[in-house]
Design a protein around this ligand. Structure first.
Ligand code: SF4
Length: 492
């Protein structure tokens, strides 16, 4: 049976008017080559596990020889697909996508995979990330008379590959030539009649992993995160490396390095917040990393209190770590209504105003008369945090201390995460003391930048942390910068 999206009513208290007080996710991509399997259904479940990465639209394209069957629509994976629809998608290999729009508006036509014709047949492309040179790329494509039907950078990449192939290249050469024309963040899964390609940009800003099915011959799966492998019983093999192309066909997996000077700059926000806590990065679950973030936070910013808890769900591992290090009792102070789904669905302002309300219910008898520490993974605008603090005080908390398991977000993201323009980021214009005053907390402390990176136990240079520093690993063209770096306009 395919799980259906749960829709219920609930009795909990509305705390936030909207739930867009967090950076919005990127996208989820998935691909599988397994002629012996029901590839459409496996892709469905892979996307189901990656739903947290994008909730606006979902799509699957399946290759049956040279023919592409596809279905995509607005909505959650469980809303877009049914058993009947999946049965109409037979084939050897499939690619899938869950989308949150960072480039291009939230419309069905922009749903992925993007299917484009080329001299060698159709290709179906799923993209996670954001290009920063779309103007340049668009001009190159218009010269070749490509008629862009969507407004996404993903379609541009698909057409750039088709352009190379139409000029005489084979699949691999054409794809690698096209990747070299792209700048920014891109983790791609591309279906063709002959096999599936997977690649990451030369900095590997967005994740992409390879898994294997327990089969003979060995069949391969690509997914944004390992949770997309786990759900279909695939074994994690390794990450796709920055600047690497993997080519998965009937004969197995081949690897090509198309960019010689690759330098890993994985988005640190993937580790702090975006990716699922049960996903593996650097050979451990992100749950473990987030526990250590909480421990480091307790060491850096201790406080006396009676109870510590996290903002569900993303603040919980760090709250457990904070409790372990500080000795303050861990509890639950807020209960989340788990049946409303994630509320970070709609990206436009008009949709935000009418969007689903965030629902967290304070546990009054737990909070009454207590000095509480509330842990969150980040503060973007601060609007929801302020309402949370008020709700805790209304429930009887006598002191509210807020601890954040990442540094202040001062700069917008250009690589596929929607953190709005700089002027909307509370930490871009206010000091920590000013933010504490605005949120009406007794104390507020953020994790240090060093603390966040050292806690990874990896080379601290191997991460993008530009939204905390403004040091962007891939140069942002001036025109693109101006769209988001509002406060730095004068100096741009
Ligand atoms: S700017 Fe921030 S959100 Fe964007 S890729 Fe870098 S670390 Fe991630």
């Amino acid at each position: 049976m395919i799980p259906q999206h749960p829709i219920t009513s609930d009795q909990s208290i509305n705390i936030g008017e909207n739930a867009c007080d967090k950076p919005e996710e990127a996208c989820g991509v998935f691909g599988i080559y397994a002629p012996e399997q029901d590839v459409a259904k496996m892709t469905y479940f892979g996307l189901y596990a990656l739903q947290h990465r994008g909730q606006e639209s979902a799509g699957i394209a399946v290759f049956e020889g040279t023919h592409v069957h596809q279905h995509k629509d607005m909505g959650l994976v469980s809303q877009v697909f049914s058993e009947a629809i999946l049965e109409e998608l037979p084939g050897n290999l499939a690619v899938g996508h869950t989308r949150y729009s960072t480039t291009g508006s939230s419309r069905k036509v922009n749903a992925q995979p993007a299917v484009v014709e080329s001299r060698l047949g159709n290709l179906a492309l799923s993209h996670n990330g954001n290009l920063v040179n779309t103007i340049q790329l668009g001009e190159q494509l218009v010269k070749s008379n490509f008629n862009l039907v969507t407004t996404t950078d993903s379609e541009m990449i698909a057409y750039a590959i088709a352009q190379e192939i139409n000029s005489g290249a084979d699949w691999l050469t054409g794809a690698m030539n096209a990747f070299k024309r792209c700048q920014g963040a891109f983790s791609l899964v591309i279906g063709t009649p002959d096999g599936i390609m997977g690649t990451r940009d030369p900095n590997g800003i967005r994740p992409l992993v390879i898994g294997t099915l327990d089969s003979n011959p060995v069949r391969y799966v690509l997914a944004s995160e390992t949770c997309g492998l786990d759900i279909i019983g695939a074994e994690y093999l390794r990450d796709v490396q920055p600047g690497e192309l993997v080519w998965i066909t009937e004969t197995g997996l081949e690897s090509f390095q198309w960019h010689e000077k690759s330098e890993r700059k994985l988005c640190i926000f993937e580790m702090i917040y975006f990716a699922r806590p049960d996903s593996l990065m650097h050979n451990e679950t992100l749950y473990s990393y987030r526990i250590r973030l909480g421990q480091r936070l307790a060491k850096e910013s201790p406080i006396e209190a009676d109870i510590v808890f996290g903002v569900p769900d993303s603040g919980i591992p760090a709250a457990i770590g904070f409790s372990q290090k500080s000795g303050i009792a861990y509890g639950e102070g807020l209960i989340k209504n788990r049946y409303v789904g994630r509320t970070f669905i709609q990206p436009t302002q008009s949709m935000r105003e009418t969007g689903i309300k965030m629902k967290l219910n304070p546990l009054k008898d737990v909070l009454f008369g207590k000095r509480v520490v509330i842990i969150d993974d980040s503060i973007v605008r601060g609007t929801t945090s302020r309402k949370l603090v008020k709700a805790l005080r209304d429930a009887g908390a006598i002191e509210v201390h807020m601890r954040i398991s990442s540094p202040p977000v001062t700069h917008p993201c250009f690589y596929g995460i929607d953190t709005d323009t700089q002027d909307q980021l509370i930490a871009a214009t206010k000091s920590v003391a000013e933010i504490a005053k605005q949120l009406e907390v007794d104390t507020l402390a953020y994790l240090t930048w060093e603390g966040m990176l050292e806690t990874t136990r990896e080379d601290t240079n191997s991460f993008c942390s530009a939204c905390f520093t403004g040091n962007y690993p891939v140069a942002i063209p001036e025109r693109v910068k101006r769209s988001k770096l509002i406060l730095e306009k004068a100096t741009i």
